[in-house]
Design a protein around this ligand. Structure first.
Ligand code: ADP
Length: 292
């Protein structure tokens, strides 16, 4: 029994129960539960102010909590040791590195902080900065700078990588390149938690995601599963022979279309069948429908 429980606990890189955090009169995190399995890319999706950053800061051990249980790689981040910290990769925005150093010098320098660092040259290649190895940091573009930040986040060979809004401010091309990098890291077996308010990012990258609103998880699952569970019915629209538009909401759109085909004896005028997108689900769950 005990053995079984231990194995279960080890399946989870992150296990959070009933997490709470208040800033003065503001409740930022309000009973949040989260379970992230090892090897998973997990997306924490939610609007600004939902409590995502606060949650990530608590997981990193950089912010205290007011309640709840938190286990990250088997330890409580509030009392995490240096050895524990070296297993958790944190990507800071604009990690303070001397602007005069080159990319190679910087990555090598940061490698010295860890007991078992990755090979700096390999990490530089991984983040796609090989051609910039000898460039000074001050000469990097914004996107290249962000890649360096990721290199510094993974140089210690972390088992878990925590990314808070990693692509905010990126142009679409830089965002796509960054997604490729995340996938590479995931393929290597790194567990990744990323927060985002970009739905497309969560849908593209995450094996599973949790939608957070007002400090709580309001839905959790795979992108496809969430759409199926919360999306509601498909909508079938067509035009009647007298020109009047018709719409039917149904769980069985194929059956509706088959019946219409039979009735119209062939082509159905103006036929459309639409299913809810993940965006519809997201807006519904976060109570932002009115904003559309
Ligand atoms: P998200 O990352 O989802 O945008 P945050 O965790 O940053 O959400 O913020 C959640 C809530 O907590 C917001 O209402 C925010 O204004 C508040 N908050 C965040 N950080 C602080 C802080 N250091 N001091 C006071 N209030 C904060």
């Amino acid at each position: 029994m005990l053995k079984g429980m231990t194995a279960h606990a080890n399946d989870f890189a992150v296990d959070v129960r009933g997490l709470r955090k208040r800033y003065g009169g503001v409740t930022a995190v309000d009973g949040l539960d989260l379970g992230i399995r090892r090897g998973e890319v997990f997306g924490l999706l939610g609007p600004n102010g939902a409590g995502k950053s606060t949650t990530v800061e608590i997981l990193q051990g950089n912010r205290s909590r007011d309640g709840g249980e938190v286990s990250v790689l088997g330890a409580d981040p509030a009392t995490g040791t240096r050895a524990w910290r070296s297993r958790v990769g944190i990507v800071w925005q604009d990690e303070s590195a001397p602007a005069e150093l080159t990319v190679r010098e910087t990555v090598r320098h940061f490698a010295r902080y860890y007991p078992r660092p990755r090979d700096p040259a390999e990490v530089i290649r991984l983040v796609g900065l090989e051609a910039k190895s000898d460039s000074r940091i001050k000469a990097l573009s914004g996107g290249q700078r962000r890649r360096l930040d990721v290199a510094l986040g993974v140089i210690g060979g972390p088992e878990l990588l925590l990314l808070d809004e990693p692509t905010t401010g990126f142009d679409p091309a830089a965002r796509r390149q960054f997604w490729d990098l995340i996938r590479l890291l995931a393929d290597e077996g790194t567990t990744i938690l990323l927060t985002t308010h970009y739905l497309e990012e969560a849908e593209t990258l995450a094996d599973r995601l949790a939608v957070v609103a007002r400090g709580r998880v309001v839905a959790e699952g795979t992108p496809t599963g969430l759409r199926r569970r919360y999306g509601g019915e498909a909508s079938v629209t067509w035009t009647e022979a007298d020109g009047s538009p018709r719409r039917e909401l149904t769980d069985t759109p194929t059956r509706t279309v088959a019946a219409l085909m039979h009735r119209f004896d062939g082509e159905i005028p103006g036929l459309t069948v639409t299913r809810p997108t993940l965006e519809d689900v997201y807006l519904r769950l976060t109570g932002q429908e009115a904003a559309r």
